[in-house]
Ligand binder design. Structure first.
Ligand code: FAD
Length: 437
């Protein structure tokens, strides 16, 4: 079958890869000149299977209200005249119950495990180098109250079969000696030894190159304009070259929407309303002046809700979220505050370790669903349209598994994953389209 994959981020590229595995012809379209140049470009780098709690929990509304007016709050909600934002916000509130939290965690842990297994096999198969560190993730807390809450969180995750250990300050410092310079900020911690870190952009771009060698075609610098419905199917997708302005219709047997926060904009013309809203985040990447004094275990700093990951001779500090629509600007006063606070915090924790003179700031839009659970499966409006979008804070963690599962569903197979796939992912229908190809 000929499959047109729309979007070349982590999710689109993994989907393309596994579609090749299933024997399909693959065309990938993206408006950028290479893979992973938008949300997948400079994220927190964590493969965070065991730290995957959704934002929505029983305490979240109180916390968000407390943060409403703080420019450097970890989650900033700026109410706008934007129906999508309100719809998302109301659904999010609906998920702020203990029962919904447990249900969502279960889904995220299952997808995370399956994805981690898939990524490990993919790395072994391809040999891609991407500054991978298999040293776990260490979450440290600055106060006793936060530490107690973290220990309770660890208990909940252990009920879902996750190995998250509760550590005293001395145990934290034994696992990451570089934190000795930050003892004042460490009361205790939790640690997940099986988690990892690595550069998502480097990995995704390398995988795209290998996919091309295996026969995938890439149409770069093309805006995806619209889908053409025909009966209960999509008959084509209109794309426009950014270089020449020329438009053309691409036709396939099946289509995959892997457009992250831009997915709802494309599917709404079919009447398919995906509840994905962008949560703007930031990162700063700094060159290390004293790499020997920098951390190498990937860290989560609870006080600031930021991730700190070592990428070779660089360190990436990432985090914070703003619900402000499709805004990718970096020059607003709020963006400036948020970027600078990442660097300031790093310097507080690890004084003199990084070169602060040329911070590389970046912003990306996490494609967030109210549950944090992504849409993976068949469109409810067109039988040959498939969705792989809405991976929020965990797209790197869930990329390999999401791509593999969708490729299997599209090939009429049932993935070995107990997960709430979107839409009517009936193998029988997929088998029919495969047989017709
Ligand atoms: C600050 C921050 C930190 C993060 N940290 C982590 C982390 O530590 N671990 C983790 O697992 N996840 C993390 N994430 C989340 C992760 O980065 C995302 O979930 C992931 O990148 C989403 O991948 P994607 O392929 O869906 O989106 P994208 O990478 O954005 O891919 C979508 C593609 O669609 C293309 N596109 C969109 N619209 C059009 C159009 N109309 N025409 C043509 N092309 C189009 C874009 O160019 C883009 O290439 C973080 C995110 C942020 C913002």
């Amino acid at each position: 079958m000929k499959v047109i994959v729309l979007g070349a981020g982590i999710i689109g590229i993994h989907t393309a890869w596994y579609l090749l595995d299933q024997g399909h012809d693959v065309v990938v379209v993206d408006r950028q000149p290479d893979a992973a140049l938008e949300t997948s470009f400079a994220n927190g780098a964590q493969i965070s299977v065991c730290f995957c709690e959704p934002w929505a929990n029983a305490g979240a509304p109180f916390k968000v209200a407390k943060w409403l007016l703080k420019d450097d709050a970890p989650l900033l909600f700026r109410p706008r005249l934007d129906p999508a934002q309100w719809r998302w916000g109301l659904s999010f509130l609906g998920q702020c119950t203990t029962a919904a939290f447990e249900r969502n965690v279960e889904q995220l842990v299952r997808l995370g495990r399956y994805s981690h297994e898939s990524l490990q096999a993919l790395v072994a198969e391809t040999g891609i180098q991407y500054n991978r560190l298999q040293k776990g993730i260490l979450h440290f807390f600055g106060s006793e109250a936060d530490f107690e809450a973290g220990a309770q969180g660890a208990e909940i995750m252990r009920r879902h079969g996750v190995d998250r250990r509760v550590l005293s300050r001395d145990e934290v410092l034994a696992i990451e000696p570089a934190l000795r310079s930050a003892q004042h900020a460490v009361f205790g911690g939790t640690y997940t030894p099986s988690d990892e870190s690595g550069d998502a952009r480097v990995f995704t771009q390398a995988l795209a190159k290998l996919a091309e060698r295996r026969g995938a075609q890439f149409l770069w610098n093309h805006d995806i304009v619209t889908l053409q419905p025909q009966g209960d199917e999509v008959a084509g997708v209109q794309v426009q070259s950014r270089e020449t302005g020329q438009t053309q219709w691409l036709k396939g047997d099946a289509y995959v929407v892997a457009l992250a926060s831009y997915a709802p904009g494309l599917t709404k013309s079919l009447g398919e309303h995906l509840n994905i809203y962008p949560a703007k985040g930031y990162s700063a990447t700094l060159r290390l002046k004293r790499p020997e004094q920098a951390s190498s275990v990937s860290l989560l700093d609870d006080a600031r809700k930021i991730a700190i990951s070592r990428l070779g001779d660089f360190v990436r500090i990432a985090g914070t979220a703003e619900l402000v629509g499709l805004d990718t600007s970096l020059d607003s006063p709020t963006s400036k505050v948020r970027c600078e606070s990442l660097v300031r915090r790093y310097e507080e924790l690890f004084p003199g370790v990084a070169d602060l003179s040329e911070p590389n700031y970046w912003t990306g839009l996490r494609p967030s669903t109210p549950t944090n659970v992504p849409y993976i499966g068949r469109s409810q409006k067109a039988s040959n349209l498939w969705i792989n979008a809405g991976h929020g804070t965990l797209g790197w963690t869930h990329g390999a598994g999401s791509g593999r599962a969708l490729a299997e569903l599209m090939s009429g197979k049932r993935p070995d994953l107990d997960f709430g796939f979107y839409g009517d992912a009936l193998p029988a229908r997929a088998v029919r389209s495969l047989q017709a190809a």
